[in-house]
Design a protein around this ligand. Structure first.
Ligand SMILES: Cc1ncc(COP(=O)(O)O)c(C=O)c1O
Length: 367
């Protein structure tokens, strides 16, 4: 339980409105005595596929596995080049490496924070097989341009939708553009479980079949293994919880979008706001502002009892774990890492909280 007046996130409070319904769903799983690959997973997979508008949904253990298995299923030659953005969360890069490939970075657009499609040509090599754009902070990436480039160069696209449940570009939901969409249900996500969870969406029947086996030791049939798979299953309890929360996802999204509008209306001009575009339905997993005085502002807000986060303080190419895999300069990713600040925008955050955060930020810049 946070001691802050306005917590960045308070999962207990965010989940409280759904607790009774979730309790009943969990009780049903306990009473069934069936905990892996049962009816709850099948039901959630059906409902999530339908929500996203994809033909198939394959539940997996987490978002990282969703990305890794998507790539592994393709069986590209080992050491293929996979393009992603230089400011994504580390998981996107780790998935590419775990599948035996090389992450090739492209800078983000400095207004949208998503992969800058105009830079793709520079990153293309003979070994490029795919692009893995992240819909960072819940804002759809430039999918029209990315899909156009991919078509032109016979590349596959795998969307990292870990932060974009229900986000849409020109009415089309993220997770339906590429070959697969990879989702995370980490507890703080817009659709968050009570533990780890993930899912892959796809319209490709054969790929869906293969992914169902890959997540389950490479097996469709007990003790018959056709692929060298992994154990990456979504469990029944998480699926039952997610199925309940999915029915409330539109309410959660609407709440976050309303809070975002208060930020847009009341934050002072000294901070850089997220870009708003008419054809982009952003779901504000994160409300990201930028200021050169980020660290001082964060400290000031903390003294006022307001919690904030940074997504992410170290650019991927600066991470120790990436030193042998990435070399080069990505100044936009670095500038974002030095200036980004995430403001409270959870389901438990109230409109008054947001007004108070805006007022505190205004005071900071006035002094
Ligand atoms: C952009 C992005 N990609 C991938 C992941 C990985 O998801 P998980 O933590 O469920 O493995 C996350 C979540 O933290 C994420 O934010």
């Amino acid at each position: 339980m946070s001691t802050l007046k306005i917590a960045y996130e308070n999962l207990q409070a965010s989940n409280a409105p759904f607790e009774a319904e979730i309790g009943k769903a969990v009780d049903r799983v306990l009473a069934s005595g069936w905990f892996i690959n049962g009816q709850s997973v099948a039901s959630f997979e059906r409902n999530f596929a339908s929500y996203i508008g994809a033909k198939h949904c394959i539940g997996v253990a987490n978002g990282l596995d969703a990305l890794t298995l998507s790539l592994r299923a393709m069986e590209y030659p080992q050491g293929s080049d996979i393009i992603t953005s230089s400011n994504s969360y580390i998981a996107t890069l780790l998935a590419i490496l775990a599948a035996g490939h090389r992450p090739v970075l492209v800078e983000p657009n400095s207004a949208t924070y998503n992969l800058d499609a105009s830079q793709l040509a520079k990153a293309l090599t003979e070994k490029t097989r795919a692009i893995m754009p992240t819909h960072l902070y819940g804002k759809p990436a430039a999918m029209t341009e990315i899909m156009g480039f991919a078509d032109e160069h016979a590349l596959d696209v795998f969307e990292d939708c870990a932060q974009s449940h229900g986000a849409k570009l020109a009415g089309k939901t993220t997770g339906t553009f590429g070959k697969t969409g990879s989702f995370s249900f980490y507890p703080t996500k817009n659709l968050g479980g009570f533990g780890d969870g993930g899912a892959i969406t796809t319209d490709d029947d054969a790929l869906a079949e293969k992914l169902r086996a890959l997540r389950n030791y490479g097996s469709h049939e007990k003790y018959k293994n056709i692929y060298q798979g992994v154990n990456s299953r979504l469990d029944e309890i998480q699926a039952a919880i997610l199925d309940v929360k999915l029915t409330h996802l539109d309410t959660i999204t609407a709440h976050k979008r309303e809070l975002a509008q208060i930020y847009f209306a009341h934050l002072p001009p000294q901070v850089v706001l997220p870009l708003q575009e008419t054809d982009s339905f952003d779901v504000f997993h994160i409300f990201a502002i930028r200021t050169k005085q980020r660290d001082a502002l964060r400290q000031f807000l903390s003294e006022q009892g307001i919690g904030t986060e940074i997504h992410y303080p170290i650019a991927p190419h600066r991470q120790e774990a990436m030193q042998e895999h990435l070399s080069g300069e990505w100044p936009i990713a670095e500038a974002l890492a030095d200036s980004q600040l995430s403001l409270p925008i959870s389901f438990a955050t109230t409109q008054d909280d947001v007004r108070e955060v805006c007022a505190a930020i205004t005071v900071f810049f006035a002094s």
